[in-house]
Ligand binder design. Sequence first.
Ligand code: AMP
Length: 308
Amino acid sequence: MEIFSKVNELKEYIAKQKEKNLCIGFVPTMGALHAGHLSLIKKAGEENDIVVCSIFVNPEQFNDPVDFQNYPRDLNLDISKFKGIKCDAVFIPSVEEIYPKSDNPEQEPELDFGFLDKIMEGQYRPGHFNGVVKVVRRLLNLVTPDNAYFGEKDFQQFLIIKKMVELLNIPVNIVSCAIVREYDGLAMSSRNALLNPLQRQKATFIHSTLRGAKQRKLMYSPLELRNWVINEFENDDLLSLEYFEIVEAETLKQISYWKNSIETIGCIAVKIGNVRLIDNIKFTEGSKLTNNAPKRKIKNYKRITSYL
Ligand code: AMP
């Protein structure tokens, strides 16, 4: 596995793969790798010739400087996790490498995400999605992958990245990957490592409440169900609910009644001490939005066209 820290080295490597017409899958991460990240890398390995992964704790997407400071980082441990899985190159740049100082800085395009960045994470973490869009656009421009992999745990982020790619006509296929959970249902997250044993135990309440909400779907309207969840967290002195919203999965607009033809998802953010965790649950089965096939290169293109 190649490890690059410089943009030029990465670009040179990518150019060589492109010359060989190899299909590139890309997995951007912030490190502190866990089985959720590894599931994205494995999927990329099954669907592409070459897998490139990046590890970069992007300061621009942290609205809270303490969160940025405390974010778990262990590069040696991360690198050891690639053993036994297909990953051809890892890009671990510095902040200066990703955001070089320049007298003439490139203007970020103004993108209209409609309602997608207005609620939930957009509302509670001002500026967060600007930072996410900025770094993912930069990384996609450097790696120029055929397929890029994102987890459904960050469902709103997945929708925004898909929209960004569409608005900017970036020639990449955005592939979503299912949430990987701990044995007790807690969604895997790098931030789980920051929980003390009691907090970790209590954190299972997030997923069990989401499951409880799904079981009550037939009993309540979306608004009543939202209130039920809010109520469940009301008397908890360790967990503080930031939001729970039941929304249309495509537009993130709140729904007032259940409709089978519309995919719906319940999204939650909870604070445990200083640690903020997010999760979600689909209220409808079978998703058109997240079942996207990978883009594949037609190999031996000349041989195929010679038959035509
Ligand atoms: P992060 O390092 O938190 O920025 O995450 C990098 C990628 O891994 C993002 O696309 C996340 O959505 C995805 N991811 C994080 N946790 C999980 C999980 N538990 N299951 C699946 N994907 C995940």
